[in-house]
Design a protein around this ligand. Structure first.
Ligand code: GCO
Ligand code: MG
Length: 402
């Protein structure tokens, strides 16, 4: 069996997505997601100019060999652009293999470990009162796990607060939107949100919060401590993780569970965090961390240290990643939770899929492959539209982490 052609499809059905389609001499094709939010064109060029020419004529069944070929062969290792391109190839090849086998992807990974996949949704509001109401709406939809983000008085355009409950889209302008941040105000206000949430709804649901890399290690420790009485499922990206050592300080001071890794590309970004048991959940996902082949490796390392998975699943991860992640989640023994932000109806139409949501859980389909396709004719109707992620500044104008 041989790869005969491969192409990159860029489409913007409400937001930008980059998709790789690999075709074979047996008529079977595979689809992979290569979307890098705000930097899409860099991955398009990487795939078109440097990766696709190497794929033609290769045996699509040699998934591991192709992964090693692209990773070692580039010489320049790791990084979000390279690893997303590798992920797209990897996922498309797993799709082809599963279609050839006539099996849903999770069967090839080792079969079902659970009946359904618990997902968390994003509730947000301009202030505590409206965020509490938003969480209530998620509870009514059957969610077991809900992330809560609130606007903070005196902070302009606080992170995580969208125009409505269901759709949150931070990449909102061709040039980065300027947003504000104030850690002292957050340390004061956010624990009050969780106090109110537990007061209103009790302790039956899992509550999550995202710090989005904003706190120093000591501030993260203070926030973790302040949130302890409200028993969070996790406190995410409490501090930037380039320096994995930083988490030691946070860990020594709080029992609030920690999650990190949506921006990680490889096992090397989380090796020390996992081996030193500094985190509880690893957020690396299919498109971000080199595809199914590499995420499996990360999950296996994590399982040795009782670290569970919590795959990133924001709207910038296309339905192709969502579908593939659900197969992964159905198999992975050390599963924790899956993030699920709904795509717009236009996106769902461009990417026909067989996964479904019911009462806080998702299930992958039983079709051969990962179960997600792309309608190329429809995709062509939505041309690329430049959109970048925001930036954040402190009140005195200092650049901060968005
Ligand atoms: C999350 C995230 C995202 C990111 C987004 C950036 O936890 O879901 O932090 O919303 O900000 O994926 O592109
Ligand atoms: Mg996050």
């Amino acid at each position: 069996m041989k790869i005969t052609s491969a192409k990159v499809i860029v489409t913007c059905p409400g937001r930008n997505f980059v998709t790789l389609k690999i075709e074979t001499d047996q008529g079977v094709y595979g689809i992979g997601d290569a979307t890098l939010n705000g930097r899409e064109k860099a991955v398009v060029a990487y795939l078109e100019d440097h990766v696709i020419p190497c794929l033609i004529g290769r045996d699509p069944g040699r998934i591991e060999d192709t992964w090693q070929y692209l990773y070692r062969g580039a010489y320049w290792r790791r990084g979000p652009v390279t690893m997303r391109a590798i992920a797209a190839v990897d996922v498309a090849l797993w799709d082809i293999k599963a279609k050839m086998a006539g099996m849903p992807l999770y069967q090839l990974l080792g079969g079902r470990s659970r009946d359904k996949v618990m997902v968390y949704g994003h509730a947000n509001g301009a202030d505590i009162a409206s965020t509490v109401e938003a969480v209530g709406r998620y509870i009514d939809m059957g969610y077991q796990a809900i992330r809560a983000q609130t606007g903070i008085p005196g902070v302009e355009k606080a992170y995580g607060v969208g125009r409505g409950d269901m759709y949150y889209e931070p990449a909102d302008a061709a040039l980065p939107t300027e947003t504000g941040w104030n850690t002292a105000k957050a340390l004061d206000y956010i624990p009050k949100l969780f106090a109110k949430l537990r007061d209103t709804y009790g302790y039956e649901h899992h509550l999550l919060h995202d710090g989005h890399h904003r706190y120093t290690p000591l501030e993260a420790a203070q926030m973790g401590k302040a949130l302890e009485p409200f028993r969070l499922f996790w406190f995410e990206d409490c501090t930037p993780a380039e320096n994995q050592e930083a988490f030691k300080l946070v860990r020594q001071h709080t029992t609030t569970p920690l999650a990190v890794g949506e921006i990680f590309n490889t096992i090397w970004d989380c090796k020390d965090l996992i081996q030193n048991q500094l985190i509880d959940y690893i957020r690396a996902t299919i498109v971000g961390a080199g595809g199914v082949t590499h995420l499996k490796r990360i999950a296996d390392l994590a399982s040795l240290y009782q670290v569970r998975t919590g795959c990133h699943g924001a709207t910038d991860l296309s339905p192709v990643t969502m579908g593939t992640a659900l197969h992964f989640d159905t198999w992975v023994p050390n599963f924790g939770v899956q993030e699920y932000m709904r795509h717009t109806p236009e996106t769902d139409e461009v990417f026909p899929h067989d996964y479904s949501f019911a009462k806080g859980y998702m299930t992958c389909g039983e079709n051969p492959g990962h179960g997600v396709d792309i309608d190329e004719a429809l995709a062509a109707k939505y041309p690329y539209s430049p959109a970048q992620l925001p930036v954040a500044r402190l009140e005195d104008g200092t650049m901060w982490n968005w």
